[in-house]
Structure formats: C-alpha cells, structure tokens
Design a protein around this ligand. Structure first.
Ligand code: BT5
Length: 279
C-alpha cells in the first residue's frame, strides 16, 4: 500500500518485462524502496559483477549525490532516481566524455517524446526547461585496473535524477522545476523510464559502433538539443577560475568550445551560467 495516489510506485515486473527481454542491452532492472545513492550502489557492484547493462532505481534516495560533492534531493516517488552501469568495451577512455552528453540527450529526447515538455540541455548534461533544472546527471567511472588509454573492464555508472511530480515547496532551489510544473501531458514514471532507457540504448549503440567517435548525426542531435550553444556563457571551472564568452559548439571529445576575447577555449568540465538569450 502507498499513501499518495498521485505518486504510485514503480512496477518492477513491468520494467523487467519491457526492458530485459530479447536482445536488449539491459540485463537486470531492479527497483528498491530506498538506497543511500543508486550511483554509489552500482559503483560498488561494478567491482564484483562483470555484467554490462545493470539498472537500479530507488523510490527514495537518502544520500543522493550531485557533482563535486553536491547533493541531489527528491521526495519519495516524486521523480526518477536511477543509475545505469555500462561497459563500453574497447573504447578509449579519452572518448568517454561523450557518455554524459549522450545520457543527457537520451533524457531530454525521452521527456519531449513522452510528455511534450520542451526540454533542452545545458552543457554538459543538465536537462532544463527555459533554464530551470528538470534533471541532473552524474556519470562516474569505476576503474578496473586500466592503464593509460587501455581500458580493462572499466564501467561507467550513469546517474539520472528527474523531477516528475515535485512541487515548488519540495524543490531545493527556485531554479529547479518538475514535469508536473511544466504542464507535462503525462507524469507516468514507468513510461518515462522505459523511454529513457530505450533512447540511451540506441544512442550508446550508435556511439559504440563508431568506436566512440560521435557520428555527424550524434553531434548534430546534441547541438540541436543543447541550449548552451549559441549563447553568451560564463563557465565556472574548478579552482575558482571562470571563462566568459560565446558558446560556439562542442568538439569531438565533448568539450564546450567557448570564444573568448583571448581566442577559442575548449572546456572539458565546468558549471555553465547562461548569461543572455540568443538574439
Ligand atoms: C547533478 O549534479 O545534477 C547530478 C544529479 C544526479 C542525481 C542522480 S539520482 C540517481 C543517481 N544517484 C545519485 O546519488 N546521484 C544520481 P550537479 O550538477 O552538481 O547539481 C547539483 C545541484 O542541483 C545541487 O547543488 C542543487 O542546487 C541542485 N539540485 C539538487 N536537487 C535537485 C533537484 N531535485 N532538482 C533540481 N535541482 C536540484
């Protein structure tokens, strides 16, 4: 039994049936009532379980993680808190920065398809609606004895937090939003999870088929979905530095290209502030 009728629990059996049968990449889908952090749990699993395609969803996270020691906060069953473990076999580590970009693209595309909410990407991988944060992604690499550019059986744990029925009072910052607040045509989490995982499977397969070099089609799709490109930005780098300029695109390594007064800079990581809307 659950108390809040607007927040039904996820049906694990339905997800397993829909996602793990046939030639699916997803080998296991598990829904738990609570987890400190689905990313932390799957990263731990990755050290002893050699499989690809593990999916873990928690109805509630008690210590959800963001990037750089920040936190992800969400009430029970108000959204999707999910981690996915993939092992992109044989793809050099230098090409892995596209994994978060493709993951964000999968979420934005699935959200648009299922809910008709116009979600875009804030580089590298926040999913936003008019600059309000709808979903956050955290991709972490779990090492498995790799050296240099040679990958052992390293894994990427892709963490996705998506606000679905979260109310303004429940959102941790005024810059956040949820699908319900953006007049989504549905807030059915089951449909959303299926759509996200199918999109992610397809995008990863296309990227892997090109040995980790994004095809022109993937780069175009990212560019089209990314609302950072074509805007004036301020990018805060780790160590209190910041770069301001015009976001011109992303390169083959997934870095943001920013035209500054001192020339073009390629940034591998950072927090972006959209300064001005495009003309
Ligand atoms: C992220 O970090 O946005 C990554 C969030 C990843 C969460 C998923 S949930 C499943 C998996 N398991 C985990 O433990 N984590 C992943 P970052 O870009 O650092 O943004 C964090 C910031 O977003 C916080 O400092 C808050 O300001 C804000 N924030 C926290 N919770 C939020 C929410 N529910 N909606 C919108 N913004 C939020």
């Amino acid at each position: 039994m659950y108390g809040d009728l607007s927040r039904p629990p996820l049906n694990e059996a339905d997800l397993v049936r829909a996602l793990t049968m046939g030639r699916s990449r997803w080998s296991e889908v598990t829904v738990v009532d609570a987890s400190p952090s689905t990313n932390a749990e799957l990263a731990e699993r990755a050290t002893s379980d050699p499989r690809d395609g593990l999916v873990l969803l928690a109805e509630h996270q008690t210590a959800g993680r963001g990037r750089l020691d920040r936190v992800w906060l969400a009430p029970p069953r108000a959204g999707v808190t999910m981690s996915v473990l993939v092992r992109p076999a044989g793809i050099p580590l230098a090409r892995w920065p596209w994994i978060p970009l493709l993951s964000g693209l999968a979420v934005a595309a699935a959200v648009q398809q299922v809910t008709e909410v116009r979600a875009t990407l804030k580089w590298p991988n926040d999913v936003v609606v008019d600059d309000r944060k709808l979903a956050g992604l955290l991709v972490e690499r779990v090492e498995a004895g790799d050296t240099g550019d040679v990958v052992g059986s390293s894994a990427a744990v892709i963490g996705i937090g998506l606000n679905v029925t979260t109310t303004p009072a429940e959102l941790p910052t005024p810059q956040a939003t949820s699908l319900a607040l953006e007049a989504a045509t549905t807030t059915d989490r089951l449909t959303l999870v299926k759509a996200i995982l199918r999109r992610l499977e397809g995008l990863l397969a296309e990227w892997e088929a090109g040995s980790g070099v994004p095809s022109a089609g993937l780069r175009d799709a990212y560019r089209a979905a990314c609302s950072t490109i074509g805007r004036s930005v301020r990018v805060e780098l780790t160590g209190h530095e910041a770069v301001s300029g015009f976001a011109a695109g992303v390169d083959e390594s997934g870095r943001l290209l920013v035209d500054t007064r001192c020339g073009r800079q390629a940034l591998g990581a950072g927090d972006v502030l959209h300064v001005r809307r495009p003309a």
